[in-house]
Design a binder for this molecule. Sequence first.
Ligand code: ZN
Length: 313
Amino acid sequence: MTDLHDSDCLHRFDFEHLPIRGLLIHMDASWMALLEHREYPQAVRTILGEAVVASVMLAASVKFDGQLTLQLKGEGPMHLLLAQCTSGLGVRGLARYRSDELPVGEASVQELAGEGNLTVTLESEDLQQRYQGVVPMSGARLATCLEAYFEQSEQLPTRLWLHADEQGVSGMLLQRLPTPKRSEEPDTDVGLEQKVEQQLEDDWQRVQLIADTLKSDELKGLADREILRRLFSEDDLRLFDSVPVYFKCRCSRERVSSMLQALGSEEVQGILAEQGQVEVNCDFCNRAYVFDAVDVAQLFVAATSGLGNQSLH
Ligand SMILES: [Zn+2]
């Protein structure tokens, strides 16, 4: 095997003669880093991995500067799943679940998350701009739920193929772009336009059917160039340079301090008295932030003197 598969990167590709674009992504070391401090049961780990690669592909398919959050929230045993990706493709994720209620082995989205919603939120870096799309969770796989999201919120026909296991996560996305308007002239041949539109729709169907033949282990194991060569040798494709994807947690001592200040002096002093120190673990990366008596006193001195909240971000 000379053709090693791509690692921790995202590739964009375009169909030269069709209004279709695509993405291919693989995360290996970055996925291991994301999992490093957390033990997830297999079914939860699989859907978390699918959500993580999907969040990167979503972030890469929209023009924005900030953070994209993909959230699943439901009544099921896995009641919350979050995957967050920045426009620079730094990603983190977590899942919360009641382990005694989880199904054994692999499970569908319904079995894990139950009735609930899939929400995609885009926030600009300065938090001044926010866009949110919500769809009910439908379909057994996350890819199907996301396709419904694209259909309703973005109105761009989009298909996703996702693979996740303990060693790595991979994904492919294909998106049909709006047909370029040919002419606004009144004597435009309507019949010809319809023919062209029908041909493009047939091409989109053909491309999806071919993509459906990609096996999960091929998506996982083959180099991107090889995947595209095997699937779309009949079409002219342009493969762009790869972009690195990495695990990145946004937690910081400043953010934890601000959270403790919001909790209030009385509550935090109570924890301090009981445990001798206040330890907060980041939900995403499990990093521990420890505050001793001196740190806690400082938190609230700063807050009451009015310096605390403004100077944090
Ligand atoms: Zn963290």
